[in-house]
Design a protein around this ligand. Sequence first.
Ligand code: TXA
Ligand code: MG
Length: 313
Amino acid sequence: MIDVKTKTVAADGAGITEAARILKAGGLAAFPTETVYGLGADATQGEAVAAIFAAKGRPLFNPLIVHVTGLEDARAHVEFSPRAQALAERFWPGPLTLVLPRRKDSPLSLLVSAGLDTVAMRAPSHPAALALLKTAGVPVAGPSANRSGQVTATTAAHVKDGLDGKVDLILDAGGTTLGIEYTVIGFDGDRPLLLRPGAIARDEIEDMIGPLGAPGGMIRSPGQLASHYAPQAALRLNAAAAEPGEALLGFGAVAGAALNLSPRGDLKEAAANLFAMLRDLDKKAQRIAVSPIPASGIGEAINDRLNRAAAPR
Ligand code: TXA
Ligand code: MG
């Protein structure tokens, strides 16, 4: 952790070389993925991983996810069942995280797993994230680059808002395209569980491997805490219209919206806009009302984030 202002650099060759050098030296570098910005550290260095928890103000019982270049890299750290391997082959690189049994000989810091015997692995498809992983040559622990419990960062400026002075470097590749976090799949034996709805819709996965179960009480992870992704403003969901004193975050053809997630009612566009628009309205209003969002496709993930953002704190 450093106490000078954080530097933001373009995610070009020079930027990626510098970020890789920082990671290998045990520092923290924020980087873009196709979903949201991540707060990266070398996942094999315990002190670097500990610095992530400190920078985010994240409770130590919440495990981190680890970014790798693909299936071959991931095999050094976790065991793939045939089903898990099929999912990785189909969706990697891309916005799917698999929580799998940790190998005893994995060099990952034990802090990454926060005491669990599993590790959450993913292979991002964002070219800057992939280039960073290849250049650094280490697995990169990378939770979302925001203070714990607060609104997720989808631009380099959002990262700086929350983590200025707490991260050594921010790699800037503009706004992220998907805007909502990775889908997280775990297993109970061979039974797949949807631990967190995300950028890959439930249907796409169920079409391939059948119904996804719901997590039981044993799985502790930040995205499952009741209050998460929370703005300062109070949030009222499924609002037909704004009441006096509220700013309306619209969806579809609604009148009187201060901002609209997708005037044409496109859920992918809404997911991409969600966190940036919540941040914008949070600066202008004490109370935010949100239009109803359909639950189909990626709408499940949008509603999941909104419900947690609106939960009692
Ligand atoms: O899109 C994203 O997912 C971003 C980018 C940067 O990769 N990262 C992100 O990280 O959102 P974070 O730390 O905010 O969320 C991590 C999620 C948790 O909600 C949890 O579901 C899961 O990963 N997780 C990590 N390790 C786990 C484990 N061993 N068992 C169960 N869940 C785990
Ligand atoms: Mg997060």
